[in-house]
Design a protein around this ligand. Sequence first.
Ligand code: PLP
Length: 459
Amino acid sequence: MSAQPSYVSTRGRSGAVGFVEALLSGVARDGGLYVPARWPTLSPEALTADGPAATAEAVLRPFIGDSLPEGALARATRRLTDGFDDPAATPLVEVAPGLFVLELFHGPTAAFKDYAMQMVAVLAEAALEASGERLRLVTATSGDTGAAAVRAFGGLERVELVVLHPLGRVSPVQRLQMTTTGAANVKNLAVRGDFDDCQRLVKALLADPRTAGGGRLSSVNSINWARLAGQIPYYVGAARALGAQAARATYVVPTGNFGDAFAGWAARRMGLPMGGIVAPTNRNDALVRALQTGVYARAQAAPTASVSMDVQAPSNFERLLFEASGRDADLTRGLFEDFASDGRMVLPEDLLAALRREVRAVSVSEAETAAEIARTHAETGRVICPHTAVALHAARRLDRSAGPVVALSTAHAAKFPESVEAALGFAPERPRQLEGLEGRAEVFETVDPTLDAVLAALA
Ligand SMILES: *Cc1c(COP(=O)(O)O)cnc(C)c1O
């Protein structure tokens, strides 16, 4: 492995960059997403290191090389032990014979996004200190990304964080987590629109020179390579916990932007033994339809109980498509330009077949989600969030005689008390991280879903 790993764009029209550039710039100039120029192989150390911080360090080191000051990565991974309320950070729990739940909600905002975000904040700060620069981060959120980002980046010296959430479409707990921290370097904007509007605005902001405000400009959505890479280690941790069964394990990853599922794909690409990946969506099923019909089409996102998955244009589909095409950047660029202009793309036969070999996708209805919350509680006593329920419902449909099935549990139920109470008749208990949110002063501004409105709010 070279000491300076490089990253290329899925659209092939911007030059290769180093880790710091991929971390601090988010999307590539040509509109594509960064992927490693060459996929590293998991080191023997990654498969034997002791504890979550050491495992993450071994998994992530080849992505960073020596492009950050000595000690930055170790400081970043220490957040997994200092900031998580379980010593394993992401414990694996068997809930029925052969059916496992990978608990990813033990971080400071009780959702899986903490895991990578906590580390990325430390890495970004280290990079900015080394270069003397400042960074403005613009991020779209359906709830959890914003909360995790505000928590991870709030109070940093060299970073200003702008978070766009769809007005009225995030749960009250999620909104309070973003708007009550009092961090002076955070700006919350409630957009009159849906999550895809927020995501579109972030893309437009990132492409507009007026946004940067004199410093650098980036995003911490899972379009950011570092965010995505930061999610790979818990797959390695899960495989190690499964031991000899790991090679046949299927991971069921509740999917919105396909970032978490793509991190699982990346783990396998790096050599992690694995049976397969299933990406269940809620009824916002653009990904499912694309894999079924070969037509990937934009649609209006419908609100569901699993709000953090209300996405109809999953950004990381571009990374999967690029890889499944044999890294054909011209083809990828052409298809995503079609998608940008026409709201749809038609996948060539051979690409569709290749995509189907990489991942399976299924859609789970609102009724099935609620029924799963009730069933899991009745059978195991566990209270799960709607996103986890989508995963567990899809997981139950799989044949467990072929190997263990691991459903990723992406948030604590207490972040979504309304849906959980509707399914169970009582509200979930809040973990320590979510106590004391009410009663604090909220700070946010409401804006129209236009670039000009957002730029005006930032001025
Ligand atoms: C973000 C999120 C998801 C979806 O993850 P993607 O990487 O966008 O596919 C699922 N569940 C929860 C709780 C989330 O916050």
